[in-house]
Design a protein around this ligand. Structure first.
Ligand code: HEC
Length: 131
């Protein structure tokens, strides 16, 4: 079979592009899902604290313990052993974004951005006593 010279020249390039795309795809699919992209520094924790005071205290209390002046049987967020829905950063993110149990509402649409939710995650984990 006789291929036009141009096609012959283009073939190795196409192969290279294809395997490049394939490689990117493999790297992409083998990466762990969405690790917390927001470092838990003081600025992030204080942003989270502000959002918490704004939206979360009526059920979780100002200190997150859900003991005084709260209207529902919410989780004591200061005690990781009390959590029902997991304590990894991603678990907590999911509880906030999509809701948890029957009475924890989803906040995804009310909070401004994913970063806002990660700030909350960082704030909540800052409430845990150091083991
Ligand atoms: C209307 C009351 C209410 C509000 C407001 C509320 N929560 Fe909750 N939250 C709950 C309840 C109730 C639970 C326990 C759900 C269950 O039974 O699993 C909960 C659970 C959670 C959990 C999962 C803990 C676990 O048990 O694994 C997190 C994290 C959380 N809330 C964070 C927040 C944050 C952050 C806010 C503010 C953006 C917020 N909550 C606002 C009621 C509320």
């Amino acid at each position: 079979m006789k291929l036009p010279a141009l096609t012959l020249l283009a073939m190795p390039q196409r192969l290279a592009v294809r395997s490049g795309v394939m490689l990117l795809f493999l790297i992409h699919t083998s990466m762990p899902l969405a690790a917390n992209p927001v470092p838990a520094d003081a600025a992030s924790v204080s942003r989270g604290a502000q959002t918490f005071q704004q939206y979360c205290t009526e059920c979780h209390g100002r200190d997150g313990r859900a003991q005084v002046d709260v209207i529902s049987d919410a989780t004591d967020l200061t005690d990781p052993e009390a959590y029902y829905s997991g304590t990894s950063e991603q678990d907590i993110y999911n509880s906030i974004a999509f809701g948890a149990g029957v009475a924890m509402p989803p906040w995804e649409s009310q909070l401004k951005s994913e970063a806002e939710i990660w700030h909350l995650v960082n704030f909540i984990r800052s409430l845990w006593a150091d083991e």
